[in-house]
Design a protein around this ligand. Structure first.
Ligand SMILES: [Mg+2]
Length: 379
């Protein structure tokens, strides 16, 4: 089997993009076509037009090549060799950031092709199921007032989730407001629901963000027993992460903005986080996410992939979490955008708080071509 064509299709919701922390307002769908009629799909949660350029650009020289061009004629089953080829062939302008994001979408599509060709679900190709079912956490934005935080938490508890994450939004206020929001959320959830809080890391003049102020804040949050505190510091502040992680018994999670095994090595070894959150559409794809999960496993820490875009990232993450020994939860993005809700004919379903994995070949999902046509923004 040979790869014949790579399509990178940017999509965007019809309504105006809001500058909130909802990355499911736009996206980019990747299609990798083969000479045997099998097409693999993937996606990238990044800046869609930049990703498209990285895939479509012609080569400039030996190690400054467009990703699409490097794939033509390759055997999609040779995933590891292709990954290294793309990484090395883009070294001059890549190594981290958007180039790795773009490689991620291609890598996911290659796993989808392999599964479809062999009639096997991706989790079996990744090594088989380590668990029969995966607990899903409802992932949503934190509202701005305690009453809204209470109502939002209640809403997902009532839908059967036993773990809920609230992030950004209202957490961009001061420490006093953050404590009130967390308190309201815990009151709504009761003692038995796991609450995950994604604090965000954007400082303002009256809301500085550094290890010392976060240590004081996390101390105040301890009585509300968060399951984890996510990305409380800027992604480059490994030293701050270590200080914070050592100062509290609450798990510190991070890594959605990290790419490659090399980036995660720093985050784990220098940052000392308790949970790593590689995003399979950003960290280097399913291949790299598996290597990152193995690295985390060698340090006895848990890997819970970040997933906030269309249903493709949710499905790909579910396959990964099913197949890694140190997986624990699936991030189930409940954003109500057309990109999140309409790009697939059928989404991963969650029942009684658990995500259901299918044994359909590949990722087990089918693109909604009508929605793709409706929201594509490249013509
Ligand atoms: Mg996050």
């Amino acid at each position: 089997m040979k790869i014949t064509r790579v399509e990178a299709i940017p999509v965007r919701q019809s309504s105006t993009i809001e500058l909130i922390n909802d990355s499911a307002q736009d996206g980019i769908i990747i299609k990798v076509h083969t000479d045997e009629g099998i097409t693999g799909i993937g996606e990238v949660d990044s800046a869609p037009w930049v990703v498209k350029s990285i895939i479509d650009t012609p080569s400039s020289h030996r190690i400054c090549r467009g990703l699409g061009e490097m794939l033509i004629g390759e055997n999609p089953f040779e995933i590891e060799r292709i990954w290294e080829k793309l990484y090395v062939g883009s070294t001059f302008y890549g190594r981290r950031g958007v180039v790795i994001h773009a490689i991620s979408g291609i890598d996911i599509a290659l796993w989808d092709i392999m599964g479809k060709a062999l009639n096997l679900p991706v989790y079996k190709l990744l090594g088989g199921a380590q668990r029969g079912k995966v607990r899903a956490y409802a992932s949503t934005l934190m509202p701005y007032t305690p009453q809204e935080a209470y109502d939002e938490t209640k809403k997902w508890v009532e839908q059967g989730y036993t773990a809920i994450k609230l992030g950004w939004g209202g957490f961009e206020q001061g420490n006093r407001e953050i404590v009130e929001l967390v308190k309201a959320s815990r009151e709504a959830a009761g003692p038995n629901i796991d609450l995950l809080f994604d604090l965000g890391f954007i400082p303002s003049d009256d809301h500085p963000i550094d290890a010392a102020s976060r240590m004081a804040l996390v101390k105040e949050l301890e009585p509300f027993a968060p399951y984890w505190i996510e990305e409380p510091l800027f992604a480059d502040d490994y030293e701050g992460y270590r200080k914070l992680a050592e100062s509290t018994s609450i798990r510190i999670a991070g890594g959605e903005n990290e790419t490659t095994r090399y980036g995660f090595k720093e985050l784990i070894e220098q940052g000392g986080v308790d949970i790593v959150q590689p995003d399979v559409t950003r960290c280097g794809g399913l291949s790299e996410a598996k290597r990152i999960a193995q690295l985390a496993h060698a340090h006895h820490i848990t890997c819970v992939p970040h997933a906030w875009s269309s249903g493709i990232v949710v499905a790909a993450s579910l396959h990964l979490v099913t197949a890694i020994p140190n997986g624990a939860l699936l991030e189930y993005c409940v954003a109500e955008t057309p990109i999140r809700q309409e790009m697939l004919l059928s989404d991963v379903t969650v029942k009684d708080g658990y995500a259901e994995i299918t044994d359909k070949p590949g990722l087990g999902v089918e693109l909604n071509e009508e929605a793709l046509e409706k929201y594509r923004c490249d013509r």
